[in-house]
Design a protein around this ligand. Structure first.
Ligand SMILES: [Zn+2]
Length: 225
């Protein structure tokens, strides 16, 4: 999902995030070194502005990520990084608000953190999606298999072939299978578009994933296929 560059707040956040990620570049990520090298960082706006950096969420540098779940089974590669990029179509600078993670069609998606499903939705860009709130953090999963349906008990995502039924408003445990990788919405191949927000501000998911690897060497035993 792309949003046109509109808000100064986003500019501030991205500049801060880029500067912060440069500071993270010396992290040692032994078990996933090859993977780490594939996490690119967009840097279109870093040099030419004089905006002050924003403080990244302090939680990123804390020790809590060892219990987080990698969100994709059968992970293949990061196909598009978070941040600003130039559109191959019209040359306009666009903001890519998440990290794209490719996996074979039908691979299971797991909840990154324990939380509550605040939204299940279908739209033209994000496709079938789930939004989960975990304290100050919001995580969004796009391009999923399945559809959103409604009953007298509320809205739910249904993916019968994957034996998935997720209700808007239900609690979710970290690592629980919540959906499968699909091709819904605007996408040219099967992948998860994964969005993280902290107190409403976008955060580069690669920063969090790097911390997860750093704190949990066994995070991805079989996902480097
Ligand atoms: Zn994307």
């Amino acid at each position: 999902m792309e949003l046109k560059l509109q808000r100064n707040r986003q500019i501030l956040l991205i500049v801060g995030t880029i500067i912060f990620s440069l500071g993270l570049s010396q992290l040692q990520l032994t078990p996933t070194q090859a993977l780490d090298n594939k996490i690119e960082t967009n840097s279109i706006t870093a040099q030419s502005t004089h905006l002050p950096p924003l403080e990244p969420p302090t939680e990123i540098a804390s020790n809590i990520w060892q219990n987080a779940s990698f969100p994709v089974e059968n992970f293949q590669s990061y196909t598009s990084p978070f941040g600003y990029r130039r559109s191959p179509v019209d040359g306009q600078i666009q903001f890519h608000n998440g990290l794209d993670m490719a996996a074979p069609l039908g691979s299971y998606v797991r909840s990154w953190w324990t939380g509550k499903v605040t939204k299940v939705a279908q739209d033209a860009a994000c496709g079938t999606s789930i939004t989960i709130q975990s304290g100050d953090w919001q995580h969004v999963y796009c391009h999923l298999e399945g559809t959103v349906e409604k009953s007298d008990k509320g809205h739910y995502l249904i993916d019968r072939a994957g034996a998935i039924q997720i209700w808007q408003g239900q609690d979710i445990a970290v690592g629980a299978r919540i959906a499968r990788i699909g091709m819904t919405g605007r996408t040219t191949g099967p992948h998860l578009h994964w969005v993280l927000r902290h107190n409403g501000n976008y955060v580069d998911p690669a920063l969090v994933i790097k911390e997860m690897f750093k704190q949990n060497a066994s995070l991805m035993p079989n996902q480097l296929s």
